[in-house]
Structures are given as structure tokens and as C-alpha cells.
Design a protein. Structure first.
Length: 340
């Protein structure tokens, strides 16, 4: 009997990305000649599904983790057929959970990428909001074939159903990964954070979440938190029930604080040249999720087996390091067998 593969279900956004490369971002009232404009498959949900899918390819012919995307697009949108669908398919992602919504446009993102590699993004939700109001429907789609080993979510679909989905899966055997980007304007209550197994945030998101959950946290430099400050922040998150906290720090690496008490800074990998950071965070989430899925769910692990968060972070860092050296979003994400 063939062994059943672990399953990652990604519930989130699907977008069409309009990417403009420019020497710099223009000032208010300024018109600037950019270098180029291209159209790509995107959305944090789709990008993370692509990353999960690609990370699961251990060779060109073998995928050891099943990945499913749950989300919505505009009905009859040519960009779905020409961009999003083939990008997901070629990454090894099931699209059975994607619905086409009448009277709604597929979500879009306008991305400005400077020569430095830094990016700025404007997001129009479209079907990501219109079609994702019903949490029960999303849950049913995510569990249609099997209970997910790992659930991955972001912050580009509506707030209420996101919380309901996280609370549902957080009370089951599924391991939940949440990358709340962008952070909801109305904040995130502590009761939701208690259902997250792995909270993955950057420095800005980390502090915004803390404020929304009424945590008393102060730092001297929000863009360069010290190890002592990060350790203090991790304690505050643990007090409200967050099991594992991962804070991505750009080129510095990733700080992690695990449920078993282990914590530390995993240094980032140096690369010859940063080309585009657009999908770096999504790549990190996808490669980390694949590592967690391989470890298995809470109730299906070998006796005495321990998930090594630091090892998974190193692997995810390596995947992101490849991504930032390539242009684009989903297409810049490497396959697992490309990452040493």
C-alpha cells in the first residue's frame, strides 16, 4: 500500500501582479521614466502555495508533499487561465479548491521594484474579498479530500473568516502557520493568536500585532531590534499563547522562539546581488511549511521525534536566498532540488 503524503492546504489570495522596475520611486507630483513593466501571477496565498509546491519537489520527478490552493478569482478572467493556473500547476499545486466568482475581478497588485531590490505594493482585493466571506466553505474545500497536515494563511482575505478558519484548524490536529501580511488595521485579538502553531512575521508586523493584542513592548529601533529585545518580545507572545514565533529580519536572518524553549538567531545567507525581494518572505513560509509537513501532524509522528525549528529555518533561508537573486514573484521561487 502506497504511503499517504502529508498535505499542505493554503487558504488565501490569488492576484495578477503588474511589476514595474524603476531606478527609484518618484516623489509626490513627479513623473519618472521606469525601466520596464511586466505581468506575473501573484498574491501572497498563491505565492506561498507555489513555494510550498516547489519546495516539495525533492527531484525533478518526485514530490513528497501534496499541496492544495483554496481561494477565489474573477470568473472568465483571462489572466487566471494564462498566468495563475499554469504557475500553480507547474509548481505541483492542486487547484480543485479555487472558485471563479461572477461579477468580480481577480485581485491585482501593482508592485514598484527599485534598483536596490526594495519593493512597494498596492493591493486591490477583488475576488479575494468578494468570494472569501464564508469561512465554512473554505474549511469544507480544505478538508474535502483529507485533513491537512499543515494549514498556511496570510492577511489578504477578509479578517473575520480568516480568524474563524484559524480557530477551527487550531483546535484540530492540523499544524497552523500564519503569516499575517498585511496586518489587519483593526488588529488581531489574543484569542486568535492562541490558535497559531507557527506565527511568522517581519519586524514591523511583529510590533503591529503586539500593539493590537495590547502587549506592552518597546524597542529602540523598530528596524533593527536587538537579540535582547527579540527575546523579550518572544516572552510576551508566549504569555498570550503563541506557541512558536519566527521573526524574519531581512539580511540579518531569522529569530525563532520554539515551544520547547529553544530560541536563537539563524543568520541570513549572503548572496552576490539582490535582484528582487518581492517573493522572499513567501518563499521562506513555503519552504518552512514543507519541512513541517514532512515532520507530520501532532498525532502522526514517530515516537520521540522532535521538529527542529532551527534546521527548518535554515532550509527556508536557503530557499529565500535563491529567490532574491531572481526577478519576479512566483517564478522566482526555486524548486526544492535546486536548493542545497
Amino acid at each position: 500500500m502506497a504511503q499517504v503524503k502529508p498535505l499542505i492546504s493554503v487558504i488565501g489570495s490569488l492576484n495578477v501582479d503588474f511589476v514595474t522596475l524603476t531606478p527609484r520611486v518618484p516623489a509626490a507630483g513627479e513623473t519618472l521614466t521606469a525601466r520596464s513593466m511586466t505581468v506575473h501571477a501573484g498574491g501572497k496565498g498563491a505565492n506561498q502555495a507555489v513555494a510550498c509546491g516547489k519546495a516539495s519537489w525533492v527531484t525533478k520527478d518526485a514530490q513528497d508533499v501534496d499541496v492544495a490552493m483554496i481561494g477565489c478569482v474573477g470568473k472568465g478572467d483571462p489572466y487566471y487561465a494564462s498566468l495563475l493556473k499554469p504557475t500553480l500547476e507547474n509548481s505541483g499545486v492542486s487547484m480543485a479548491g479555487i472558485e471563479e466568482i461572477d461579477g468580480s475581478q481577480t485581485g491585482t497588485a501593482t508592485i514598484l521594484v527599485e534598483d536596490s531590490g526594495q519593493n512597494r505594493i498596492l493591493f486591490v482585493p477583488g475576488a479575494n474579498f468578494d468570494g472569501m466571506q464564508d469561512s465554512r466553505k473554505a474549511i469544507d474545500l480544505a478538508t474535502k479530500t483529507a485533513e491537512p497536515t499543515v494549514l498556511v494563511m496570510q492577511g489578504e482575505i477578509p479578517r473575520r473568516p480568516t480568524f474563524e478558519i484559524l480557530e477551527y484548524f487550531g483546535s484540530r490536529s492540523t499544524q497552523t502557520i500564519w503569516n499575517p501580511a498585511p496586518v489587519y488595521d483593526d488588529g488581531i485579538p489574543a484569542r486568535v493568536l492562541q490558535h497559531i502553531d507557527y506565527l511568522i512575521v517581519n519586524e514591523t508586523e511583529c510590533l503591529l500585532l503586539a500593539k493590537g493584542a495590547s502587549m506592552a513592548i518597546t524597542v529602540e529601533d523598530e528596524d533593527n531590534m536587538t537579540s535582547t529585545e527579540l527575546e523579550s518580545i518572544a516572552k510576551a507572545y508566549k504569555k498570550i499563547g503563541v506557541k512558536n514565533l519566527l521573526v524574519t529580519l531581512g539580511a540579518r536572518g531569522v529569530f525563532y522562539s520554539a515551544a520547547d524553549g529553544q530560541q536563537g538567531l539563524v543568520a541570513g545567507l549572503r548572496v552576490p546581488k539582490v535582484v528582487d525581494t518581492t517573493a522572499a518572505g513567501d518563499t521562506f513560509v513555503g519552504f518552512f511549511a514543507a519541512a513541517l509537513a514532512r515532520y507530520g501532524s501532532r498525532n502522526a509522528t514517530s515516537a520521540g521525534a522532535v521538529f527542529d525549528v532551527a534546521v527548518a529555518v535554515k532550509r527556508a533561508n536557503a530557499g529565500a536566498a535563491v529567490t532574491v537573486q531572481r526577478p519576479g514573484a512566483g517564478e522566482s521561487i526555486p524548486f526544492g532540488y535546486e536548493v542545497s
